[in-house]
Design a binder for this molecule. Structure first.
Ligand code: RB5
Length: 147
């Protein structure tokens, strides 16, 4: 899979951990940084990875900040991007099955590396169920006219 990663200073350590994990699995990873604890503004980095999903350059985006929240809010401003915050394996699974999420944000200050890896696996491997969820996801896309 083509996966774009981006982090701010609150998420870069977890992002680096996940980059190593994904590269070990043979994914094609683009890492937009950051690479240090120097303070930056998360929308500047969310835009790079979410932009790749919006343009089709990436299949998925993984975003990392302190809480995951700012990255998800920012990514959801991009057409075609459906970003969820990864808070538990069950909810990550549902974000794929019901919402066809194509971006996931994780909170580097709240998520242990092993838990993050488990949620990343579920995010990448769980299929969208379609069916009754299809028209709801189409209705999300229709809301983009309000942006
Ligand atoms: C940065 O201190 C922090 O606000 C950011 O990483 C993120 O948690 C925002 O949602």
């Amino acid at each position: 899979m083509k996966i774009s990663l981006a982090a701010d200073h609150g998420g870069f350590e977890l992002k680096d951990n996940i980059r190593t994990y994904l590269e070990g699995q043979g994914h094609q990873v683009t890492d937009y940084g950051v690479h240090s604890a120097d303070s930056v503004d998360y929308p500047d980095y969310a835009s790079k990875a979410a932009g790749d999903v919006a343009s089709g350059r990436a299949d998925r985006a993984l975003l990392f900040c302190g809480s995951g929240i700012g990255m998800a809010i920012s990514a959801n401003k991009f057409k075609g991007v459906r970003a969820a915050v990864g808070t538990s394996p069950e909810l990550v699974k549902l974000s794929r099955q019901h919402n066809n999420a194509n971006a996931m944000a994780l909170g580097g200050r709240f998520t242990a590396p092993a838990a993050a890896r488990e949620m990343v696996d579920l995010f990448l491997e769980t299929p969208f169920e379609g069916g009754r969820h299809e028209k709801r996801v189409e209705k999300i896309a229709a809301l983009e006219a309000n942006l």
